[in-house]
Design a protein around this ligand. Sequence first.
Ligand SMILES: Cc1ncc(COP(=O)(O)O)c(C=O)c1O
Length: 394
Amino acid sequence: MASRTAPTLRPARRIAELPPYLFAEVDRRIAEKRAQGHDVISLGIGDPDLPTPEHVVRALESGARDAANHRYPDYYGLRDLRVAIADWYRDRFAVALDADTEVIPVIGSKEGIAHLPTAWVDPGDVVLVPDPGYPVFSIGTMLANGEIYWLPLTAERDFLPDLRSIPREVARRARVLWLNYPNNPTAATAPLEFFREVVDFAWENELLVCHDNAYSEVAYDGYRAPSFLQVDGAREIGVEFHSLSKTYNMTGWRIGMAVGNRTAIEALGRVKTNVDSGIFQAVQLAGIAALRGDQTWLEGRNQHYQRRRDAVVSGLRRLGIDVTPPLASLYVWGPVPAAMKSVDFSLRLLDEVAVWITPGVGFGPAGEGYFRVSLTTPDDRLEEALTRLTKVQL
Ligand SMILES: Cc1ncc(COP(=O)(O)O)c(C=O)c1O
């Protein structure tokens, strides 16, 4: 082969245009610093350090021993899981769902969110995406060759998008509106009144609202997050993504759900049956155990996060950074001090005290000027990180 010139291969343009996944890039930078011998404490990613409850682990164990679960799972998930999801929605939100047509399990909500635009968006269709926001809303849109219209989330509007600012012709061309409350990264919550406005907007413009409710069960000070589907008229235009990841400390298990509008659930199911083969059934049985089992422990878990939240808020205030204690989510969102760029601030903390926090701009241009601290670091490491931060001269 020596005399032949190797052919030039290139990936699809849509891949070349994708930004690197934020957290993959973060992992690389932290690994680099660790390789230099530094004991880096990452307050970056929202990945619960607290274990999955014992009864859920036991359900996986017994499910894994049953050979019936070693085969390909059902395409649409075990019916018992779909019914458990519908029952959970009924008990938690008083939302009635048909387990056969309005519920589909997903391989973690990230998978469902990434695939939804493939099911719903034609090339050139507009997708309304919050900025800052969970990156998969825009990435899924790009993979479907949709056109993103960014909705800035600002402190002045409590990090809720201003739907009236969307030009009429953009709203008319829009096929999907992504929303996420309790919000990542801003930790903002949405009142039902806002969801009512969203329903009116979606009816008027005939678009699908995709609400990501991944953090509804991580809440503080007695706050109870609503479901978008609680609002009259939401089911006709909306789906909601939810996940067992943050609710039950199960990020590694890869199990979540999409529920709501049956046309959208059917379309998502059509994509999924063609590209994946479902969730390992033992994991589905564990999911059922989580959804049907004791829910009272969640309160203690949330109190644990709340203590961390309070420690972070006071730690940051000691540094002169004023942050609002969030009512929900795994994050504290705060303003970068001294008019620094958010990346410069994060890199400075990494360099000076080997603590990593996520720069707000990583979630979109409107995140510039902010940083995000995650509450999923073990208590002793979080304390150590907060002590280290006091040594930074701002
Ligand atoms: C807003 C939001 N949605 C969805 C997810 C995905 O969660 P999973 O795929 O584990 O269900 C995350 C994960 O961090 C998130 O922050």
